[in-house]
Design a protein around this ligand. Sequence first.
Ligand code: MN3
Length: 381
Amino acid sequence: MKYINLLGATGSIGTQTLDVIREHSTHFKLSAMSVGRNIHLARKIISEFRPELVSVMKKEDADTLKLEFPEIKFTYGSEGLTEAAVYHKGSVLVNSVIGSVGLAPTMAAIADGKTICLANKETLVTAGHLVMEAAQKHGVELLPIDSEHSAIFQALQGEKKDNIERLILTASGGSFRDRSREELKNVTVEEALNHPNWSMGAKITIDSATMMNKGLEVIEAHWLFSIPYDQIDVLLHRESIIHSMIEFHDSSVIAQLGTPDMRVPIQYALSYPDRLPLKSAKRLNLAEIGRLHFEKADLERFRCLHFAYEAGKAGGTMPTVLNAANEVAVAAFLEGRITFLEIEDLVEKSLASHNNMSNPDLFTIEEVDRKTREFVNSLLT
Ligand code: MN3
């Protein structure tokens, strides 16, 4: 039995992680979890999975829930998040919170020797150098949950990293892949949220439409597999059937395929190095699909992808700025305060006005994150 500490239980990855735990209740058990503001769903999850410790965002919610579930331990805030991450019963941390709040709990769980299943992008984007170093020092495994990184991780089994020529991350292109830049000027939030292949949270769906999501994934791939940026390519692939590929020195390409279903990479991370059945997953039927399409990812068309490569190559605090500026800009777009194309403008301005600092520690990263948010907010008002 693997005991799992799950951060971000009510989110898209969180609920799908719970689906996997439910389907394999003889293999996995939820030991601790964190939720944000969705107390209604938290109640349901607590009743069904009976974790020993639950962390919520606000103290009032912790107090309310404590009255309803007196046998469960409740905690709250950012300290509560870390408490849930390192809860002693769990041997695995699934980190699926959104945003840079995911960083501190990941670092704490690594120091605690837990296996890390990572869905929180910001952890590697902003602090890849610290996370990888700590994981190595503590002999901790970092298992990717994102479909692209899981695909590469799966294609790498039995292979040597040294034999990699390049990584090819596939990208659906998001909701606006068939629109020109001109046509992007007046798109609405509703249109942006209508992703063609994947059902995901709002932030990541917008990030898919701007391709910032793929940019963040390029940076993650750089750290996870220690591959230089000029050996990481992005390929548009509208069907999202090939989840990513590795090209080796001998020109062989190994890909991982499947119908788009996040439970597959989640389950692989949980069951690794074993595989378990996933009865409810739709089987891949290539004859039915007929053909797969590929296109070059145009860095002029998808400027956020370009910025991500630039920030990644610059390293230091640049990826933190990229990520923080994007988070604030996407939130402003979702609130109807800025247009879609202004997201990339705000990211560009933030990067341009930042003085890069190399090899930042956690404190510096948090400072830069905060200051970038202030900067973008000052541009918004
Ligand atoms: Mn992905």
